[in-house]
Ligand binder design. Structure first.
Ligand SMILES: Nc1ncnc2c1ncn2[C@@H]1O[C@H](COP(=O)(O)OP(=O)(O)OP(=O)(O)O)[C@@H](O)[C@H]1O
Length: 669
């Protein structure tokens, strides 16, 4: 029995052991595959974050190393098991061999009557020696490895750097380079001088540095790797960003390049110039980028933090496309921080400005028409910290409306509609102080920045909504309709006039256009709400106010010179003289004379006509009188306002708008 069970147990144990070991081996193989997948995933994460999030990439690499270390341990264990299995199989074979040998020995003994047992012992000793060796190997292989202790930080960083390099190389291949897209970069014009040899990067760097040092107005950019590199004169204003990338060892310059450098109204195109820097020039490259950035930004805020408000339905619903395709790439090339929001309903922009955290932004940019700007100003001025908010956060305009009066008054009829030039104005503009007017009715008070109109101009603005498909031409058509039907409107007005002599007004305007002084935003009292200084609407006005009681065709006051394309109605309007320009044409002057106003308004020459009264005023009160059975309109900033008594007062230098110039366009008065 003992012998039976002993024998049977011995055979079963060997088989069971091999079976169990095979099972364990299978389990270990599965675990190894699982860990290898994990390690691969971590590698992917590290690659993804290599250039964006260095910490995340390093952590992923650490986890990958830990998985790899586990895999190594499993390899060790597998080796041990396989060795054990071989040993058991060998032992079995040996056992069989021994049996055979014993049988043979018996036979030999029987045949020869003797058997040499020492040889059997020697064989057994050999087997035991092999078993010992196998055990030593398996012990050594399966010895636990510390989790991360042995990880060499330098190795990790080297690996990360390789990943970053791979990522950047891939990106660089995608980046459109001016060298490749050369058609927009004039290379052979006589105006452009060849200054460097293709492979002389040091000379390139020196030439670039020298060009900056010589002039603060232009520098030279040389497309690299061209067969015939040429210099391009670039205004410092058009250089958006310069950066040296330590990993790629390249300088990148983001620049708006003009197709006609001598024409300030020419089109601008965004280019990203790349220059390879020699290893021993790294310090110079860093210094060069720093110097260039300080030259091209001077005291301006670089990398502005912008709240972007896009009215998807403004103008002809093109605002989103204008922003995505033309504006955003430029703001991003200047490394501006963008917080983009679409307006969802009328009054939404007002809410955003009212609730804005003013410490988070340098400017609020409207991609819209004048209607959204009006809302933003009113949102700011509804706040408890109205004056501080509107002073601290500048306005920025990307024209995407119908008239874009403020934008064209700042940059002209062409550039004022151009998304690239107006983007540049946001990047390189400084805060231009801007007067704001309070408008008070019996039951409400709000703020305006453009115009106040009663008479035929108000009709042209508001009575022509059904002709919106015409774009800004509708207002011209509306004016003609009113003039040709000899329309007049009745009013009673009181005006606080600062200047009524047209020649004096013109001379003052010319002087201010010549001056390049930037007026300061009103800092005297920049806390709290904006308070009016004129008597309330319910109270009588002092006798110093001029009374106008008449039939009129135009009562049109404005803070900007151009109310529309081709409508230079207020050629002497200033952004910050603390006064409103009032254009008054009384009724009964005849169609011909009125047509004279119409035909001269595109050049501003209508101001010289005898029927045109032109005043600089501080405030006015207007009572529109609507004749029975007739309709009339009051337009404030181009929007409908009640046809009831109201008054307007200018609040000097209350807001600021990002501008490239210290005043409005030169109207050549
Ligand atoms: N999502 C929206 N849906 C409806 N109306 C909106 C939306 N967003 C803004 N608005 C309103 O649209 C009006 C007009 O907008 P905006 O000034 O941008 O264009 P516009 O009137 O075509 O241009 P302009 O004022 O130059 O003529 C504003 O009064 C604004 O409140």
């Amino acid at each position: 029995m003992n012998l039976f069970f002993g024998k049977a147990k011995s055979k079963t144990t060997a088989k069971d052991a091999i079976y169990k070991l095979r099972e364990t081996l299978g389990m270990l193989e599965k675990r190894q595959t699982f860990l290898e997948t994990k390690a691969e995933n971590e590698l992917k994460i590290a690659k993804l974050n290599a250039t964006k999030n260095r910490n995340a990439a390093l952590m992923a690499l650490k986890r990958k190393k830990a998985y790899e270390s586990n895999i190594e341990k499993i390899n060790g264990a597998r080796m041990t098991i396989e060795t054990q299995m071989m040993a058991i199989e060998n032992a079995n074979v040996n056992l069989e061999t021994m049996g055979a040998m014993r049988a043979g020995a018996e036979a030999m003994k029987n045949i020869h009557g003797s058997m040499d047992i020492d040889k059997v012992d020697a064989t057994m000793d050999d087997i035991r020696d092999q078993m010992d060796v196998a055990n030593e190997i398996s012990e050594a292989i399966s010895r636990p490895v510390g989790m991360g202790d042995e990880l060499d930080e330098d190795d990790l960083l080297n690996e990360l750097e390789e990943l970053e390099q791979e990522e950047l190389d891939a990106k660089m291949l995608e980046t459109p380079s001016p060298v490749v897209s050369a058609p927009n970069v004039p290379q052979s014009s006589p105006g452009y001088k060849n200054v460097v040899e293709e492979d002389d990067e040091e000379a390139e760097l020196r030439a670039l540095q020298a060009s900056i040092a010589i002039s603060s107005r232009t520098c030279i950019c040389i497309p690299a790797a061209s067969t015939n590199p040429a210099s391009i004169p670039v205004s410092n204003k058009h250089i958006l960003y310069a950066i040296y990338n330590t990993r790629t060892n390249m300088i990148q310059l983001n620049i708006l390049v003009s197709d006609q450098p001598n024409d300030p109204e020419s089109s601008l195109y965004l280019h990203k110039f790349m220059y390879t820097v020699k290893d021993n020039q790294k310090e110079k490259a860093i210094q060069f980028c720093r110097i260039l950035m300080s030259f091209v930004y001077q005291d301006l805020i670089a990398e502005k933090r912008l709240k972007i408000l896009i009215n998807p339905f403004g103008g002809q619903s093109k605002a989103k496309n204008i922003f995505d395709l033309q504006v955003k790439p430029i703001l991003e090339a200047a490394k501006c921080k963008l917080d983009i929001q679409f307006t969802e309903h009328q009054g939404h922009a007002l809410q955003v400005a009212r609730d804005l955290d003013i410490n988070d932004y340098d400017a609020i940019v409207t991609v819209s028409g004048d209607g959204v700007i009006h809302e933003v100003i009113n949102g700011f001025l509804q706040r408890a910290d109205a004056k501080e908010a509107i002073r601290k956060v500048s306005l920025g305009i990307i024209p995407a409306g119908t008239s874009n009066s403020l934008s064209i008054s700042m940059l002209g009829e062409k550039l004022g509609f151009d998304p690239i030039h107006t983007s540049l104005q946001i990047i390189k503009g400084r805060p231009l102080a801007m007067d704001i007017c309070s408008v008070t009715y019996e039951d409400r008070r709000y703020f305006s920045f453009l115009s106040h109109s009663f008479g035929i101009a108000a009709y042209a603005d508001l009575g022509t909504e059904h002709m919106r498909w015409m774009g800004d031409t509708r207002t011209v058509v509306g004016l003609l309709q009113e003039i040709l039907s000899n329309k007049t409107y009745k009013l009673e007005a009181h005006v606080l006039i600062a200047e009524s002599d047209k020649q004096v007004i013109k001379e003052t305007c010319r002087a201010s256009l010549k001056s390049s002084v930037w007026k300061q935003i009103n800092n005297t009292s920049h806390k709290g709400a904006v308070v009016d200084t004129i008597p309330p609407l319910s109270e009588p006005l002092p006798e110093t106010w001029t009374k106008i009681e008449d039939d009129i065709s135009f009562f049109l006051s404005s803070k900007v010179p151009l109310l529309n394309r081709g409508m230079l109605s207020h050629p002497c309007a200033s952004p910050n003289d603390g006064l409103i320009d009032l254009l008054l044409v009384r009724g009964g002057k005849g169609i011909t004379k009125q047509l004279g106003v119409f035909t001269n308004v595109d050049t501003g020459k209508h101001m010289d006509l005898s029927i045109v009264e032109y005043y600089k005023v501080k405030a006015f009160r207007l009572n529109p009188i609507v004749r029975p059975g007739k309709s009339a309109y009051v337009s404030i900033d181009g929007e409908h306002a009640p046809v009831k008594p109201f008054q307007v007062e200018v609040h000097p230098c209350l807001a600021s708008i990002l501008s490239l110039n210290p005043t409005f366009i030169d109207t050549r008065v």
